[in-house]
Design a protein. Sequence first.
Lengths: 208, 100
Amino acid sequence: MKIIVNPNRMELLKLRKRLDLSQRGHRLLKEKLEGLVKNFMPLVDEYRRKRTQLDELIPRTLNLFALAAATSSREIVTLALEECRGEANVSMEMRKVMGVGAPTFRLDEFRLEMAYSLIATPPELDLATSELGSLLPKIIELASIEELLRRLAREIEKTRRRVNALEYVMIPEIARTKKSIEGKLEEAERGSRVRLMKVKEMLEARGM
Amino acid sequence: MSYFAIGDEETVTGFRLVGVEGRVARTPADTREALTVALGTEGVNIIVITERLAAEVQAELSRYYSLNFPLIIQIPDRAGPSGKQRSIHDIIKAAVGVTI
């Protein structure tokens, strides 16, 4: 597709400016895209590492709970549930990567009061509780990284679309239009030169 | 209070023992309801949901993911990772163009 404009010098100048701007924008966006991907990859690695770790730890801990429930009566577990108070203090800050901000949470304080009788409950339960408690900061960390990854991915997609739109649509379109205007202007110039030559010839033939 | 757990009975019991509030969900409808409750509870920053339940309510989840708040994280349940957790692979694929 070509942009529809009048083929005159004014438009040609405008188009030249637009082309220049588009090319500069394209270069900048491409650099941004590269930077984003470069920052994205280590985060993906980090995420995968932590995810694998948690994927292994969480089922193991939850199995301990099941074991505890199996070895003791339901009442004991329910009683323990009521006696248990955990308090988590979470702080939030924005983490910025390449201008993409995402909330990052950190577990500042975690207090677990195991007020239930340690004698009445099976040891598996106590172990499971303290293990799961120690997993909480890891879960929060993973969630934060995941959110950052999500946002970075969105930004990468957006930037990639812009780069492609400039590279494959905008810039070729402007370049084509510019070329066609140049062609038309040249044609007009040739036309007027021929006309001048003709006029001169006619004047000379009349002996003026 | 900043975590909220949605999962099967064992998962939620476990999280309750460490002081995390939660809701047991058995059907997709339960899960949806639990999500609404979690979003409505003040001070909830992170929703912990088991992969199995999350897989059933993908559509809602993706809508919640586009909110900035709270963060949602999927964890495996007792049976271990289901390998069904597509969302993060999908976003990596969309961003980089390849699955890794």
